[in-house]
Design a protein around this ligand. Structure first.
Ligand code: SF4
Length: 221
């Protein structure tokens, strides 16, 4: 799948700058956006998979108070981890992934969260998006990331035929939008725009910083 016409560099720059500027004024505050040390970002990304930020907000601080480091988490009983993430759903699977990943990091990487994509992708519970998010948010690496929400936003604005994060061409397109530095505010901004403005039903286009670029909006008006 692809965009019907390849967007110009100027369009991609306008997209990027509009999202970052909007995020600076409207972005949501989360503890994992304040303290971006690798352990905290790893935990945030593992907790955020397949649930909402609101749900994670309820367990994030208690989780870190109970397991303040990779070492503590690796030593923990899986049942205790499961109790701590209760409320996020999939707590059994999530606790299993958290336990196995922390043990691998502790035993094979000296307790340091790896900063290599291929290594991260081998850890239980991390997919391509969450591994890229760790590299970008925790290590400041210039890498792009696409999840279902980012794919949804990009596909609406740029008239992309697919809104699947499994589509390689969406990754390529987002990579072009984020060049050259893949500022983390772009990604946080896209996530927040989908949560607050570009709702799947009844998007709030009048409030959207992308409405002068958006094909979905143009067709609807
Ligand atoms: S203009 Fe509307 S449809 Fe387009 S990105 Fe903004 S909220 Fe979504």
């Amino acid at each position: 799948m692809s965009v019907k016409e390849t967007p110009s560099k100027r369009t991609l720059n306008r997209f990027r700058n509009a999202v970052i500027s909007w995020f600076d004024d409207n972005g949501r505050d989360y503890p994992w956006r304040e303290d971006t040390t690798p352990y905290r970002i790893l935990i945030a990304e593992m907790l955020l998979r397949r649930t909402t930020a609101t749900a994670v907000l309820r367990v994030y601080s208690p989780f870190l108070a109970t397991f303040s480091s990779i070492e503590e988490l690796a030593r923990a009983d899986q049942a205790e981890i499961q109790r701590t993430v209760k409320g996020l759903g999939l707590q059994r699977v999530r606790a299993n992934h958290l336990s196995r990943t922390s043990k691998t990091i502790q035993n094979d990487h000296g307790g340091e969260v790896p900063n290599d994509l291929d290594v991260l992708l081998k850890l239980p519970g991390l997919g391509r998006y969450s591994a890229a998010a760790i590299l970008n948010f925790a290590f400041g690496q210039s890498v792009s990331m696409v999840d279902g929400n980012i794919a949804h936003l990009v596909s609406r604005v740029l008239d992309f035929e697919s809104a699947s994060p499994d589509d390689e061409s969406i990754w390529k397109l987002v990579d072009n939008i984020g060049q050259p530095d893949h500022d983390r505010r772009l990604y946080w901004g896209m996530i927040d725009l989908v949560a607050l403005v570009c709702l799947r039903s009844n998007p709030r286009c009048q409030l959207c910083p992308l409405n002068n670029l958006c094909e979905y909006y143009r067709k609807a008006t």
